[in-house]
Design a protein around this ligand. Structure first.
Ligand SMILES: Cc1cc2nc3c(=O)[nH]c(=O)nc-3n(C[C@H](O)[C@H](O)[C@H](O)COP(=O)(O)O)c2cc1C
Length: 326
């Protein structure tokens, strides 16, 4: 199986990707950038330049993700990315944020299927087979996805990553895995699953469900929040696959506190070099802890709360060391 680290805007930027890959990259086949415009009125922003600069993304395979529904803008972005050496380019039809969807982008693109079709017609017209898509299953209802799939199936999509929730559901409720399985059975392109895989058990459950209900297999699994809750999740799943998920073996692939400490310290150093003042650094670290506190360190509620409330890096380091030395 292929394992991909999902794009998480504000979290999985190039600093995070480099450090995560160094510390927990075993088993990861690809990383995706958080969505980029690459064609705003201002041109390519400095933040975007840093995100896609080959210098900043040396030791792993990176797929830049673009969010647009304008063919010309996409072509401009594609030319820029290809000139930097990127083959695969991913399009975002998944983002549920209102600022994006109100302008028909992200999962808002699924609202007007005629427009979606004409956009895809424009970008695949030259036979480009290196464009992949990340999508939700509809705007209001999961029933919309059949029609969306009919459109996707017309184009040579390199890989279709499906997050089986609607735009309205944002991240609430349980992903519609039945809709995913149905789409997998009718898909003419490789299909990757994404959504709520937070443990080895959930991955096994997904594989069993697919085996039971579809003759097609998935091309990959994309994991986002799960690798923040447990940074070694992909290493455990990928390692587990080689040992038939023997519990003892999986334990060996788990994250030690020391590994987590190293990752967090490297992030702290890099963010300290990048930002001025402690507060933005603290904010970034708390963002990671917000997930670790629901995952690996869920048992340490009191210390976790203290981390989330602390006002200086000194205070943060005290509580972090306390959690990680237990
Ligand atoms: C904070 C945050 C930022 C996200 N940013 C992006 C993004 O830039 N592009 C994208 O396609 N999806 C984005 N997503 C969606 C994730 O890539 C993923 O589809 C979603 O979290 C479900 O997968 P998971 O349950 O494995 O996290 C974001 C999600 C979160 C929570």
């Amino acid at each position: 199986m292929n394992f991909y680290v999902a794009p998480l805007e504000g979290i999985t930027g190039y600093i995070f990707r480099n450090i995560f890959n160094e510390c927990f990259g075993t088993g990861v086949n690809k990383y995706y950038t958080p969505f980029l415009a690459l064609c705003s009125k201002k041109g390519v922003t400095d933040k975007e330049k840093n995100e896609i600069s080959p210098e900043n993304n040396k030791n792993y395979k990176l797929v830049p993700q673009v969010m647009t529904v304008c063919v010309e803008d996409f072509v401009k972005a594609k030319e820029k990315l290809r000139s930097l050496g990127y083959d695969e380019i991913n399009i975002n039809f998944g983002c549920p944020a209102r600022t994006v969807t109100s302008r028909g982008r992200g999962s808002g693109a699924l609202r007007d299927l005629e427009k979606l079709d004409s956009f895809l017609d424009g970008i695949y017209k030259d036979g480009d087979e290196n464009i992949s898509i990340k999508t939700r299953i509809g705007v209001e209802s999961p029933d919309e996805f059949g029609k969306v799939m009919d459109i996707y199936n017309k184009y040579p999509i390199k890989e279709l990553t499906i997050h089986p929730r609607t735009m309205r559901e944002v991240y609430k409720g349980i992903p519609h895995r039945d809709v995913f399985i149905e789409a997998l059975s009718t898909a003419k392109m490789p299909v990757c699953y994404n959504g709520d895989i937070n443990s080895v058990e959930e991955y096994i459950e997904l594989c069993n469900l697919i085996k039971e209900h579809s003759t097609n297999n998935i091309s990959g699994v994309m994991i986002g929040r799960g690798i923040l809750k447990d940074p070694a999740l992909i290493r455990k799943i990928a390692g587990g696959e080689n040992t038939s998920f023997n519990a003892e073996d999986i334990k060996k692939y788990g994250a030690s506190n020391e590994e987590v400490r190293i990752m967090l310290c490297k992030l702290q150093n890099e963010y300290t070099n990048k930002f001025s003042g402690q507060m933005p650094v603290l904010y970034k670290l708390k963002e990671i802890w917000a997930y670790l506190g629901q995952g690996l360190y869920v048992e340490h509620r009191k210390l976790f709360k203290k981390i989330m409330k602390c006002k200086s890096l000194e205070e943060y380091e005290t509580y972090m060391n306390e959690i990680l030395s237990q």
